[in-house]
Design a binder for this molecule. Structure first.
Ligand SMILES: *[C@@H]1O[C@H](CO)[C@@H](O)[C@H](O)[C@H]1NC(C)=O
Ligand SMILES: *[C@@H]1O[C@H](CO)[C@@H](O)[C@H](O)[C@H]1NC(C)=O
Ligand SMILES: *[C@@H]1O[C@H](CO)[C@@H](O)[C@H](O)[C@H]1NC(C)=O
Ligand SMILES: *[C@@H]1O[C@H](CO)[C@@H](O)[C@H](O)[C@H]1NC(C)=O
Length: 436
């Protein structure tokens, strides 16, 4: 893959910092301010769209040096807070679910089952993904480091829209640095109560970036309801591409030439080392069904997951019992809610194999999108079934998972608890919500 060399040429230097490109200049990083101008004023203040707020410093445990702790404070002391239906890091956009210059027109996009898309809709989805994969983001850069212990080595480089999406997942999933050592127990997006809401936010990011890129505000991501599948029926020429024995995607599929960023994720001391070198070190790989210890979760697994009424349970991690979140995420068996082992969300990742089974970089494979959209649909079914609200979200002590923690690394801040509400509040709905 030659294309990413371009990324290197566009690389932006800088001592440390975070993604909106305009917030990664020497000056903004030094004064820790990310309140970009819109309509002639920071955060569109003059147009009454938002204001620049000063985060009340929460003094971090001095042993805990992770740059993502108390997001966004590790990078910015000032960020935008948007009023009403305004959104975006400078309040220049609308929140999901609204459109128009004044963001006063409600809208709802529909997320459909991928196999139920018309031929035209399906081709549209694949071509949108492919354009997102090859269009440099005008708004965001990604953080790569030399060394996570030393901010002096932090560096921002440009990336394509789809790669920014991949990187966000990767960044949130890096292990947490405590006492200068790395803990793999949890991270900022998995193995805790933030898991479903965090991924909801990630999908909304991709969906709205694609809507904007294509000027198609009704575009909705499709989901893959795999609950009646024995094999991956979308791992074919007509859908996401078939693969050879080595896992390479057929070259006639547009995904056949997709490179995977941040491969080499196992270097805990760095962020996205491979992007730093300006190369996709490897292409997308997929080996559905190859690992005999995995299978696609069944319809029964799905039903059993939805029967757990408690959103989550102590100790709010991989060992939580009788917890909807932990059954959905798949660290325990949904049948008894108790026995550890790979299930549901986790199992599907490993069933697909290749890039998808390397979970930190799994978003490189577009199957991630349709899989997580289905996980989000199950989350939505559960929310509606039990009339859950933000108040349902549990108090818990885990960094990044507390109810009022901002989801890492999104701007403006949306807290975990506010991602526990019905999807129509976020401007989208799923087909076939009439469950049997
Ligand atoms: C930080 O620097 C930016 C860019 O020069 C400036 O617009 C902003 O007012 C500064 N913020 C603070 C709080 O000093
Ligand atoms: C980090 O160090 C502090 C003080 O020595 C200790 O109390 C804490 O348990 C340590 N945390 C971890 C995760 O090792
Ligand atoms: C489909 O899945 C079943 C059950 O997991 C497996 O036994 C079978 O070999 C798979 N078939 C193909 C064509 O991969
Ligand atoms: C998945 O598809 C099956 C078969 O069409 C259907 O019975 C089930 O309700 C669907 N589940 C979800 C959550 O979409």
């Amino acid at each position: 893959m030659i294309f990413p060399l371009l990324l290197l040429a566009l690389a932006i230097g800088g001592s440390h910092g975070q993604f909106p490109t305009v917030c990664t200049t020497e000056e903004t990083l030094k004064n820790k301010t990310c309140c970009p101008w819109f309509f002639g004023s920071p955060c569109g203040t003059n147009a009454n769209r938002g204001r620049c707020i000063d985060w009340e410093p929460r003094s971090a445990d001095s042993q805990h040096h992770d740059d993502r702790l108390y997001w966004p404070q590790g990078h910015f002391a000032f960020t935008c807070e948007c009023f009403g239906n305004y959104g975006g890091f400078n309040c220049g956009k609308c929140k999901p679910g609204y459109s128009g210059d004044k963001c006063d027109k409600p809208k709802t996009v529909v997320r459909k089952e991928i196999r139920e898309l018309s031929f035209k809709e399906r081709e549209r989805f694949f071509s949108y993904l492919n354009l997102a994969k090859y269009t440099i983001s005008k708004d965001y850069v990604i953080l790569v480091t030399g060394d996570r212990h030393h901010r002096g080595t932090y560096k921002f480089i440009s990336a394509t829209i789809y790669d920014v999406f991949v990187w966000i997942h990767y960044y949130a999933m890096k292990s947490i640095m405590e006492n200068n050592t790395f803990s793999t127990k949890t991270n900022y997006a998995h193995a805790g109560p933030a898991f479903p809401g965090w991924h909801r936010r990630l999908l909304l990011f991709l969906e709205s970036e694609i809507q904007e890129l294509m000027g198609d505000e009704d575009f909705g991501l499709p989901y893959y309801n795999w609950s009646h599948e024995k094999n991956c029926s979308i791992c074919t020429e007509d859908f996401l591409g078939s693969n050879d024995l080595q896992g390479n995607i057929q070259s006639s599929s547009c995904f056949g030439s997709w490179g995977a960023i941040c491969s080499g994720y196992y270097y805990t001391d760095t962020y996205c080392r491979s992007a730093e070198r300006g190369f996709y070190v490897e292409n997308l790989l997929r080996k559905p069904g190859r690992d005999p210890t995995t299978r696609i979760p069944t319809y029964q697994d799905v039903q059993e997951t939805l029967k757990w009424e408690a959103f989550d349970a102590e100790p709010f991690d991989k060992t939580s019992k009788y917890s909807f979140r932990n059954c959905l995420e798949g660290f325990v068996n949904p049948l008894d809610g108790d026995s550890p082992g790979m299930n549901m969300h986790n199992m599907f990742h490993h069933y697909i194999g290749g890039t998808m089974s390397q979970v930190p970089v799994s978003a490189n494979d577009p199957i991630f999108v349709v899989h997580h959209c289905y996980i989000d649909k199950l989350y939505e079914v559960w929310i509606q079934k039990y009339n859950a609200t933000p108040e349902t979200y549990p108090e818990n002590p885990h960094p990044g998972h507390r109810p009022l923690d901002c989801t890492v690394p999104f701007l403006p801040c949306v807290t975990n608890k506010h991602l526990l509400q019905t999807s129509t509040d976020y401007g989208y709905e799923y087909t076939h919500m009439d469950l049997d």
